[in-house]
Design a protein around this ligand. Structure first.
Ligand code: ZN
Length: 210
């Protein structure tokens, strides 16, 4: 970095942020920059980003997010900020944001992903996350589908038993299992997962949330 600044110790005109010292220092001699207002602001920015990254590292997702959002006012085109936000929304790329409960966070992730793709900032971690997410959705839907198909089969079996043998108990047991399977399919949020899968099939822009 530079911008008209000159080191008072050695005359060098560029400086950088030292994470270790949490200060802006001269590139050449390491002399600390004492705050002109701009430098102070920049220091605040870099410290905040550093702090947000620390919070990401220990899983304080919301804290990291709340630190970064205010910085966007003055730093609208910085990929690193959107990457921190996306990492916090997806809990370090480990939460696939499925189901109705995650609708708001999905929309937030969609918008962050969109910004990063406008800034050419889509990285390999994001792409890997996107394909893991697609695989999780496909396998969850398969599981749910198998449960539903088995439930349908059991209902038919129950009807056959009832009409062929006129016995109630086996039919009730079979139908009971069918209900249990449907419940287990619902537990997987089968409906939401199916909707998500169809949406992803029609998706062409690479944003897994759009
Ligand atoms: Zn210097």
């Amino acid at each position: 970095m530079s911008g008209g600044w000159r080191c008072s110790a050695c005359g060098c005109t560029t400086y950088h942020y030292s994470s270790e010292r949490r200060r802006l220092v001269c590139d050449s001699c390491g002399h600390e920059i004492i705050s002109a207002e701009d430098e102070h602001r920049q220091l605040h920015y870099l410290q905040t980003v550093d702090k947000a990254k620390d919070n990401l590292r220990v899983g304080n997702w919301d804290t990291a997010k709340n630190l970064i959002y205010p910085l966007l006012n003055d730093h609208t085109c910085v990929n690193a900020l959107y990457l921190i936000l996306l990492a916090s929304v997806t809990k370090g790329y480990s939460d696939y944001l499925l189901g109705d409960a995650n609708r708001a966070r999905r929309e937030e992730a969609a918008s962050l992903w969109d910004k990063l793709s406008r800034l050419n900032g889509v990285n390999s971690a994001m792409i890997e996350y996107s394909s893991r997410r697609a695989a999780v959705i496909a396998s969850t839907w398969n599981k749910a589908k198998n449960r539903i198909l088995l439930a349908v089969f059991l209902v038919i079996l129950g009807i056959v038993i009832a009409s062929a043998f006129y016995v109630a108990l086996p039919t009730i047991i079979v139908l009971g299992f069918a209900i249990l399977l449907v419940k287990k399919a619902i537990d997987l949020e089968a409906g939401a997962v199916f909707t998500e899968m169809r949406r992803m099939k029609n998706n062409t822009n690479g944003n897994p949330f759009e």
